[in-house]
Every structure is written in structure tokens, then in C-alpha cells.
Ligand binder design. Structure first.
Ligand SMILES: Cc1cc2nc3c(=O)[nH]c(=O)nc-3n(C[C@H](O)[C@H](O)[C@H](O)COP(=O)(O)OP(=O)(O)OC[C@H]3O[C@@H](n4cnc5c(N)ncnc54)[C@H](O)[C@@H]3O)c2cc1C
Length: 603
């Protein structure tokens, strides 16, 4: 007989990042009794790291902007595999969600007229990112959690969910443990919202926090949900490459938005050499025009450094591969050069990019107002995730909702920078609203005690083994393998090997040994994260292997072109009756004529 504490809520939110907090605030505002669980302390969820800003077509800096342009940009960025309805709702509702955040106390940077200031970012036609210096995520989390606490939401910090519980088909709650003492907890709930973020820790080089072990993706998959677009993993072009201990840490796109340029070791701005046809008309063809764009000239077109992330990342990789990289295997990102144009350039850099200034000073002993940074691609964002209804965010399991990075559909083959924070606000809020509606007047489902016993026994197994491997060894091998075989450039043979190696790693993960006891035992936490990492890695490899073309973030050396056939479907995976993944190519839903027309007009 296992011991556990039981708690009850109408709506339970797993995750205290931007999506989870937005959902909790809305569900609680609708009258539901809401609980929020988080692996980390409140205020430490990954969203806090977001830097550049939140995309919303408010038109404060350029009045030509509108939801229609934002919609068209998002669809183009996602190479038209996005769910059009999500892209439409997102573009239409993001401005209101940003203003709401402001009403709740968020202090955005301002234009001279006192409006919320908006900055340029890759793939956005007009300056669109509302921001707070380069610490936008921090302000978002601070505001949402202050608001949530005052609404009486229950927060359960440092609790990891191990499994979702069902009563028949519908969701009935979750089972997990507190990371401090290792004690089990049962949370009964009428509706559950997954807001668990991404999967970056499946890779060796990543900008993502330790929380990003794909838990929500794996929990949903095992509970019977469908996962969509798992092949689309975004590699951000600019992560730190030196020193090795900080490799992968993000260098915000805001640096390029403020005039930063990419150069190879020969000093050449190589991005001008390769502008994709889809963006030719919108991209500057000379350095002068690019500079004017970053300084707000409405007649100028964006510099090629602000092309979409997938493309910039591959161009950097090409420079490195062809021997034109920087000493530590990246390229140079130079913002210091703006002093040639702006007499107070150093001051501008420190004011607009304070975190970047401190990050490089403290971690790399580099003064970015004087010297260029060395940067290279880093695993950054997961476009793939739980397949949800675009309006309500409910997935195939009744009562189970998903929002934020662990859900899918909005971004298609590639996410535009800034479109995640707005995604969290728009679809987090929607998930909260619809989950509260779903839970209203519903009786709590019953929980099967044997399911709890089994989950607890499985979780404690690593302590009971007398010998075996460390979970860290298996995790490191998985990360190396994913980086090498299912990374930025992919090949059929390597991905087939990856699937085979994951199966072997899974067998090893089943036998890991953890010394010590349940109190604050990081080895134990890693052992429990491992199955989730392995599940998402396998699904990524299988989907990537099935998509026989290059599109957005997914680049295949053996199929380097886009295929018209592959433009017609999304890849969906679910767990089959024998426990193995079942892959389906699902045709895209037909876009209504008025939205098609918007896309045509914006080309
Ligand atoms: C350095 C950096 C900068 C970025 N800058 C920007 C930007 O400027 N603009 C933009 O739009 N996007 C940006 N992004 C992306 C964006 O920050 C993320 O996509 C977004 O914050 C994800 O939010 P979320 O609410 O989905 O998840 P998160 O904020 O990651 O929250 C996940 C929550 O789930 C919890 N959790 C996970 N698993 C479990 C479990 N098993 N049990 C219990 N709790 C669990 C975690 O503890 C956490 O509380 C950036 C990303 C990085 C890495």
C-alpha cells in the first residue's frame, strides 16, 4: 500500500510558464477551483528566460500592421503547414491579450507617444514585438503570477507529474511526487491543462532549461492523445558557442533586430548570398537598406539577417562547414559596429540589450559594445506537440487540454520569433476558459487505485536495483545521438539508426540505478525524466524520417527540396494498441477563401 496525499481541483494546470499561468487566470476568473503544478519554483518556469518580446499586431510603430499581415507572416513562416484557424485566432487576439497584460501591471517599453513600443524580429513584416528590454518573459511571468495569486489559485511548486489518470476515456486527475521530499501526490481534477513547454533537453546543444524533457508530450501520448508535427524542431541560429560551459545559451534575435549583423571569418555578410525566393521581395538587397530598416525607415526592406530562423541557422552551418567559421565553430554576430552610425551606439546597446551585455560580459568576458560575439545554432523550440482543437485547445482525450509549447498547430514547419509568447497568452487563455466550461457541472471522475500503485512502484524501481548504470550516462548518450542523427541536417540512414539506438537506450533506461533516498535526489529526477525524453526522441525521429522533403526547420540532405505532395499533409502520431507508435499522414484542413485571399494579397 503506497502513501500519498490527495488534493482536488476543478481545473488542474500542469506548468507555471506563460501558457499555464494564462490558463489558470482565465479558468479561475470563470469561477473554477484551480490548481497549478510546476517542477520548478514559481517564477522560474522557462518563460522567464524569454527575451525579445511578444508578437502582436498593434501597429504602434508602423500603422500598416494588422492582424491580417500577422496572419500571413505566420503562415508563410510555417510554410503553410500551420492550422489556419489557430494562426487566425492568434493574430486577431494577441493585441488584446498584450493590452490585458498591461492592465494587470506589465511595464512595456514605450514609444515617444507613450504607446507600447514594438521591435523588429525575423519573418515579421513590420515592427511587432512588444517588449521590456530583453527581459520580456520575466515581466510576463511576474505580472501573471501576481495576478494569479490574488485570484486565489493554489500553487504546488516543485511537483513532478508522473502520469495522467483516466476514468474510462475521460481525464480524472494526475499522479506525481514532490521533488523536495519525494512524497507521492494524487491530484483529482475534472479537467487537466498541459502547459509543460518543450523538449530541448533531448539534444546536446540547447537554449532550453532543465525542465524541457518533453513531459507533457509524453504524458499526453501515453494517455491516448495525438501528437502533431513532431519532425519540426527549431534550431535557433544564434546560441553562444564559447566558452564550452555555456554553449547553446541563447543570443536573442533582438540583437539582429537592433542592427546586429552576421559575418564570417573573412568579414563578409554572408546572408546576402542566399535569400529564399519566398522572401526575395521583402528583403533588402544591400547593407544600407538593411540598416535603414532596423532604424525604422518604413520604405526600407528587412536585412537578410532577419530572415526566418531555419534559414539563418542553415546558412551559419554552411559557413562553418565550408571553413569560413569563427575560431570556436560559429560565426560572428556584430552589434558593436552600430557605433559607426550612432555616436551613442554603446549606450544604445546597453539600454536595448541589457541582458545580452551582461550575459557576454559575465560568461564570456566579452564586451559586446566593443567586440563581436561568436554564435552558432542551438536547439530552441518545439513546433510539434499535442494536437488540439484550434478553438478550445482540448485534445482527443476528453477533459485534457494543451497550450503553449507543448501544443501544436499554430507554427507549422517553423515558428517566428515572438510568436511563442503571444501563443501562450492567446491559447493559454482559451484553454483556461474552455477547461472551466468543460469542468462546470461535471462530477469528478473516479481514480483507479491499482494505476497509482503501478506508477509508484515503477517510480521507485531505480532505488531497488543493486547495481546498474547512472541515468545521466543514458541521458548524455541520447543527447549526443539526437544532436548527431536527428539534428539540423537529417538523413534517412541516420534516422533509422537513431530509432534503433533509442530502443537500446530504452532498455538501458529501464535498468538505471540511483543511490541515496527520495529527498532532493537529482539522479532520481533524471531517471524519471528519461522515459519522456526517449518517447519524444523516438517520435521526432519517426516523423522526421517519414517527411521526405526539406521544409521549414526540417532539412533533409537526401531530400533537399520542398515537395508539393508533402505540402498537403501533417504527420500525426499516436500510441497503438500494441504500445508502438502509429504514424498517419493527415491532409490539411481546407482554408476558407477569405483567408486564402489575405495570403495572396500579402505575397
Ligand atoms: C532563452 C530563450 C528566449 C526566448 N525568447 C522568446 C521571445 O522573446 N519571444 C517568444 O515568443 N518566445 C521566446 N522563447 C520561447 C518561449 O520562451 C517558450 O516557448 C515559452 O516560454 C514556453 O512557455 P510555456 O508556458 O509553454 O512553458 P514553460 O514556460 O516552459 O513552462 C513549463 C512549465 O511546465 C512545468 N512542467 C514541465 N513538466 C512538468 C511535469 N512533469 N510536472 C509538473 N510540471 C511540469 C515546468 O516546471 C514549467 O513550470 C524563448 C526561449 C528561450 C529558451
Amino acid at each position: 500500500m503506497i502513501e500519498y496525499q490527495t488534493l482536488e481541483h476543478d481545473v488542474l494546470v500542469i506548468g507555471a510558464g506563460g501558457a499555464g499561468l494564462s490558463a489558470a487566470v482565465k479558468a479561475s476568473g470563470a469561477g473554477a477551483k484551480v490548481g497549478v503544478l510546476s517542477k520548478s519554483l514559481l517564477g522560474k518556469a522557462h518563460t522567464v528566460m524569454a527575451e525579445g518580446g511578444v508578437a502582436a499586431a498593434m501597429g504602434n510603430v508602423d500603422s500598416r500592421d494588422s492582424w491580417k499581415v500577422h496572419f500571413a507572416d505566420t503562415m508563410r513562416g510555417g510554410q503553410y503547414l500551420n492550422h489556419w484557424r489557430m494562426a487566425q485566432l492568434h493574430a486577431q487576439e494577441a493585441p488584446d491579450r498584450v493590452r490585458e497584460l498591461e492592465q494587470w501591471g506589465a511595464l512595456f517599453d514605450r514609444t515617444k507617444e507613450g504607446d507600447i513600443l514594438q521591435r523588429n524580429f525575423g519573418g515579421h513584416r513590420y515592427p511587432r514585438l512588444a517588449h521590456v528590454g530583453d527581459r520580456t518573459g520575466l515581466e510576463m511571468i511576474r505580472t501573471l503570477q501576481d495576478h494569479g495569486i490574488h485570484q486565489g489559485i493554489d500553487f504546488h511548486m516543485e511537483v513532478t507529474v508522473l502520469t495522467l489518470l483516466k476514468d474510462g476515456e475521460r481525464i480524472a486527475g494526475v499522479f506525481g511526487y514532490d521533488r523536495e521530499r519525494g512524497r507521492f501526490r494524487l491530484f483529482r481534477a475534472k479537467a487537466v491543462i498541459l502547459a509543460t513547454g518543450g523538449i530541448g533537453r533531448a539534444y546536446k546543444i540547447t537554449s532550453n532549461s532543465w525542465e524541457y524533457t518533453g513531459d507533457g508530450h509524453a504524458l499526453a501520448y501515453h494517455a491516448g492523445a495525438e501528437l502533431l508535427d513532431m519532425e519540426f524542431v527549431q534550431f535557433h541560429p544564434t546560441g553562444m558557442v564559447w566558452p564550452p560551459s555555456v554553449r547553446g545559451i541563447l543570443v536573442t534575435e533582438g540583437v539582429r533586430g537592433e542592427g546586429g549583423v552576421l559575418r564570417n571569418k573573412e568579414g563578409k555578410r554572408f546572408m546576402f548570398d542566399d535569400i529564399p525566393p519566398l522572401y526575395k521581395g521583402q528583403t533588402a538587397d544591400n547593407e544600407e537598406e538593411g540598416w535603414r530598416y532596423t532604424q525604422g525607415d518604413k520604405e526600407a526592406r528587412r536585412p537578410p539577417e532577419l530572415l526566418t530562423r531555419d534559414h539563418v541557422a542553415r546558412c551559419i552551418q554552411r559557413e562553418v562547414r565550408e571553413g569560413r567559421g569563427s575560431p570556436h565553430g560559429g560565426v560572428f554576430l556584430d552589434i558593436a559596429w552600430i557605433k559607426e552610425r550612432l555616436p551613442n551606439g554603446a549606450e544604445v546597446i546597453k539600454r536595448k540589450l541589457p541582458s545580452m551585455y551582461h550575459q557576454f560580459k559575465q560568461l564570456g568576458d566579452i564586451d559586446i559594445t566593443k567586440d563581436p560575439m561568436e554564435v552558432g545554432p542551438t536547439t530552441h523550440y518545439m513546433m510539434g506537440g499535442v494536437k488540439v482543437d484550434p478553438d478550445s485547445q482540448m485534445c482527443a482525450v476528453p477533459g485534457l487540454f494543451a497550450a503553449g509549447e507543448c501544443a501544436a498547430g499554430l507554427h507549422g514547419a517553423n515558428r517566428l520569433g515572438g510568436n511563442s509568447l503571444s501563443d501562450l497568452l492567446v491559447f493559454g487563455s482559451r484553454a483556461g476558459e474552455y477547461a472551466a466550461k468543460y469542468a462546470k457541472d461535471l462530477k469528478a471522475g473516479s481514480v483507479d487505485e491499482t494505476q497509482l500503485e503501478a506508477a509508484a512502484r515503477l517510480a521507485l524501481e531505480p532505488f531497488e536495483r543493486t547495481g546498474g548504470e547512472s541515468p545521466y550516462a543514458v541521458q548524455y548518450e541520447l543527447q549526443d545521438m539526437m544532436q548527431e542523427k536527428v539534428g539540423i541536417v537529417r538523413l534517412e540512414t541516420e534516422m533509422t539508426q537513431a530509432v534503433e539506438e533509442i530502443a537500446k537506450l530504452r532498455q538501458r533506461a529501464d535498468k538505471v540505478f540511483v543511490p541515496g533516498n527520495r529527498e532532493y535526489n537529482n539522479g532520481w529526477h533524471t531517471a524519471l525524466d528519461l522515459p519522456n525524453l526517449l518517447t519524444v526522441s523516438e517520435l521526432i525521429a519517426r516523423a522526421a524520417s517519414d517527411r521526405k522533403e526539406s521544409r521549414g526547420a526540417h532539412f533533409r540532405d537526401d531530400y533537399p527540396e520542398k515537395s508539393a505532395e508533402c505540402a498537403k499533409f501533417n504527420i500525426v502520431l499516436h500510441k497503438g494498441p500494441d504500445g508502438r507508435p502509429v504514424l498517419t499522414r493527415t491532409p490539411l484542413t481546407e482554408m476558407p477563401a477569405d483567408l486564402k485571399q489575405i495570403i495572396e494579397e500579402m505575397k
